[in-house]
Design a protein around this ligand. Sequence first.
Ligand SMILES: CC(=O)[C@@H](O)[C@H](O)COP(=O)(O)O
Length: 254
Amino acid sequence: MEPLVIDGVALSSRLIVGTGGAPSLEVLDEALRASGTELTTVAVRRYGSGAGGLYALLRERGIRLLPNTAGCRTAHDAVLTAELAREAFGTSWIKLEVVADDTTLLPDPVELLDAAERLVAEGFTVFAYTNDDPVTALRLEQLGVAAVMPLGAPIGTGLGILNPHNIELIVSRASVPVVLDAGLGTASEAALAMELGCDAVLLATAVTRAHDPVRMAAAFRHAVEAGHLAAHAGRIPRRRHARASSETEGMAVL
Ligand SMILES: CC(=O)[C@@H](O)[C@H](O)COP(=O)(O)O
């Protein structure tokens, strides 16, 4: 696979893995290795100061950290969290997540756009988690985010990609990388995301809460690679009627 380049950084894996929900640090370590990921999100507000082991592990494995503003409900909170993360981790990369409520965990587009504008102005490289709405995705891009990250389904639901048409529409108009983020349940859905034209996939729950996180992480790694290959291999058009796979012209008549 050709690398995914964001903000001048080349990532050879197109799978971004979140760390939330893993049963132990040991399992998480194995799963991250099986996934082949080079970029991992960490929810700054949820981990707080008890995350020393996790940060050490990521450093040891050479996995880049993408701090996440998970848990923020307002642009004000998200900007503050991003500023703290930049201070603490020495990175201006931020996954911007501003959700409307705890029941749906759906992005609040008003607060999200406000936060994105402020963070871009402050020099952050913003990875914006958003609804699967092509209009919001375009607005985020116009504000200068580095990547738009439409959801497949609400966080943690495992429902897969609820609106493939919208994802395709977002991809077709985007000139920044599109990362399918959240809601996936199993590997084939990651392959579909890539086949729809996404540049990468971000997930947490499907791996960290799987019966066998390590095996599932490996499955997602292969699925993302397969989907990316397929997306660039030129799919055959869908046909209404059957067509023999071998041509009949010149065939001997018996
Ligand atoms: C890891 C992370 O950043 C999550 O907030 C993300 O949205 C993942 O969602 P799933 O847990 O549904 O994969």
